[in-house]
Each structure stands twice: as structure tokens, then as C-alpha cells.
Design a protein around this ligand. Sequence first.
Ligand SMILES: [Zn+2]
Length: 281
Amino acid sequence: MTDSFIAGFAPPPDDGGPAWWFIYCQDKLLVTRDGPPRLPLVRRASELGLELDAPRYLGLWQGRPCYVAWAPGQAPPPAGYDWHGLYGLALGWPEALTALGGRAKQILAWEKRNRFCGACAAPMADDPKERARRCPRCGLVAYPRVSPAVIVAVRRRDKVLLGRSPRFAPGRMSVLAGFVEPGETLEQTVARELAEEVGVQVEDIRYVASQPWPFPDSLMIGFTCQWAGGEINIDGEEIVEAGWYGPGELPRIPPRSTIARQLIDLVIGDSAELDPGGGWR
Ligand SMILES: [Zn+2]
């Protein structure tokens, strides 16, 4: 048995054993209700009493096949199960399993958005050789989309720049992030986002790490950089509050499972001792 995931799109022969099921209802995943949330491990989805649209094979996880499927819009969960948001599950799940849940969700969403050709409107079909949808009429090929976004921790002496998006609850702050635009390098995106959203200039932009972010289909590419000039002047739309925070004066920041938190810890020192839980502290 292995914890590694082996991607594939043709299922292995049925050996009579169970499979992992990533079943999404809208944007929530089916997991067990009592105890730590676990994925259904059953041979067929019908054992769960669910009517599913054409399940998709995803690959092998811990040596068992993984399938992904949508449940109908308002489907009640089977007895002993519940629908749960992936972001919440990420707090208690190993990173590899969360990533797999995100992969499953992105593939389902991609397929739903590519039922018809974007060029000629003919129904699209699965490509037999790779994870792609192909138009039988005009030949257009659609691959699962990943939208790159930068996320950046700006250092000014011993402080880090944190901001609040209007999507965050009051009191919650994080490092800034933004989508890459066509024609930009990642470093240019970092400089542009910071100038646009908070009016600061930066230098010494350095890549740190990346994290898939399936909300809905991003890849977060993490950087640190140094403040080089400009005082905070928020744009009031993307960012409604921002400031410089040192180690002893942090507001509520994202959980340790996020790249945002890794970047904050890197700039102001490990804040782990402040966070015995795992959620926003
Ligand atoms: Zn077409």
C-alpha cells in the first residue's frame, strides 16, 4: 500500500475490491459523518444509494482506484455521510489527499464547462489517449484549465504586509494574491498587484513554493519580496484594509495548511506556537 497517487484515465480491470469515491454535490464532497471525515470506500456508487452521472476514473490512491462524479443538485447525503466543503476538510486531511480532492473537483468542473465546443458548438467527446475533450467536427482540443495566481509576502524590516479582501470576515487578514494576466511574467504580476491594490513598490522578488488552489481552478505561486517604497494606499475594492504587522501583533491569519501562512511564517518567523488549533487563529 502506498500513499502516493498515480494519475490515469483508463481504469484498471475490476479486481472485485472497493474504490475511493470523490462525489461532489455542487461544491461539496461526500464524506463520512461520524469521527474524522473519510471518503466513501465502496465498490459501486449504487451501494451508497446515489444516482450518479457517468463516473470518471481519476487514478490510483493507496493502491485502490479513485472515481469522481457529480451527485444531482439537491441530493440528500446517504445515511452515515454528509456533504462537506473541501476547504474545511483540508484542515484535518493530509496535504496529498486534499490535493486529490481538488484535482477531482477541477476535473469535474472542467468537464461540465466543456460539453460543447467553444468554437463551433458541436458536442465534445473524451479524447481516448489523454485527459482532454476533443471536438469531432472542428478538432478543437480542451485541456483542464489551471489559472496561475501569485501570492506574496512583502517584508518591511521585521513586519509583513497583510490585507483584507472583502470576501474575508472582519478581523481576518492574509498576504495579497492576484491572477497572472496574459503576457506577464510572475514577477511582473507580483509588482503590478501590489502597486494596484495597496500602492507599494517592491524589489528582490523570490519564488518560495506553490500550492494547487481548487477554488475553483487556481495554482497559487508563492513569493516573498522586500518593500522598496510607497505607503499603503488601499484600492478599496480588492483590498478593504491593509497594514504592516510584526510577530507580536498579528490579526487572524490563515491556517498552517495554506501557502499564505507558510509565506507569513517565512517573513516574520514561525507563528506556529500561536496556533495550537489549525483554523484561522
Ligand atoms: Zn468544434
